[in-house]
Design a protein around this ligand. Structure first.
Ligand SMILES: C[S@@+](CC[C@H](N)C(=O)[O-])C[C@H]1O[C@@H](n2cnc3c(N)ncnc32)[C@H](O)[C@@H]1O
Length: 247
């Protein structure tokens, strides 16, 4: 990810597809089984739209982890403004080298970020950070259909995205000792409203700012290609929320 990529994503509300209503829906599934003040880790939080929503709907303390400081600074400011600064702590860390003891969290939350280490790795590694009876809630890209166009499969292969079906994710989860409490697909609006639509305006401005810069142009082209793929093929793939529990 280069500087032009970050410049786009710093200027849009969310850094991945999502909706507060989906965050709330997923949290409702586990709320009554969590401690009153759960210890929560938000992995790959970005600017933290879902972190702030979690602070609003829970009484938990949240470690919001990302490796891009600008995103964390935005979240810190928002948390202060909303009065959550006593419950949200930002942490600049690499999810490949997590600085936590085993069994540190009641809940690990990760919207659209597990792909960075891969879902199989995420399920395996993050489990050890959960306390007994803890939960892992994540959203990740999955196939929603077994009959997909070849060029769509090729697109994800070229992007080095190893997409699983929902059943394959559930099987991986089960093999790693999780029980599935529930799962559901993020509505298309979760792609468009706070992720794709705001990109259009930002990219238009940045294309003007970086006229003649081929690296910038290629970066913007690739982001717009993702948008085109989503708008054309969203019946074949989507973001699935998985609400998982360990015993
Ligand atoms: C697709 S975004 C999702 C952000 C946020 N959860 C959301 O839904 O808006 C993935 C996030 O992971 C962060 N990230 C990328 N590589 C990382 C790493 N190795 N360790 C920690 N965070 C990382 C990025 O900076 C980015 O904020």
């Amino acid at each position: 990810m280069n500087t032009y990529f970050y410049e786009v994503f710093e200027n849009i509300p969310r850094q991945g597809p999502g909706l507060n209503s989906s965050t709330r829906h997923a949290f409702e599934c586990i709320k009554s089984d969590l401690p009153d003040e759960p210890v929560i880790l938000d992995m790959g939080c970005g600017k933290g739209v879902q972190t702030l929503e979690l602070a609003k709907i829970s009484s938990g303390t949240i470690t919001a982890l990302d490796n891009h400081q600008y995103f964390l600074d935005v979240l810190t400011k928002e948390a202060e403004q909303k009065g959550y600064d006593n419950r949200i702590r930002t942490l600049n860390a690499d999810m490949n080298k997590l600085p936590f003891d085993r069994k540190s969290f009641d809940l690990i939350w990760s919207e659209g970020a597990v792909f960075i280490i891969g879902i199989k790795e995420g399920l395996k590694k993050w489990r050890s950070l959960l306390k007994q009876g803890g939960f892992l809630v994540l959203s990740d890209l999955v196939w929603l259909s077994n009959n997909r166009p070849d060029n769509l499969t090729r697109y994800f292969e070229e992007e080095c995205m190893y997409v699983l079906t929902i059943e394959q994710v559930l099987q991986e989860a089960s093999q790693n000792g999780y029980t599935c409490v529930d799962h559901f697909t993020l509505p298309l609006e979760g792609w468009t409203r706070e992720y794709i639509q705001p990109q259009e305006h930002v990219i238009e401005k940045l294309r003007k700012k970086y006229t003649g810069n081929s690296e910038a142009r290629e970066t913007f082209d690739s982001i717009e290609k993702e948008r085109d793929i989503v708008m054309k093929y969203n019946e074949y793939f989507g973001y699935e929320f998985f609400i998982l529990k360990i015993e």
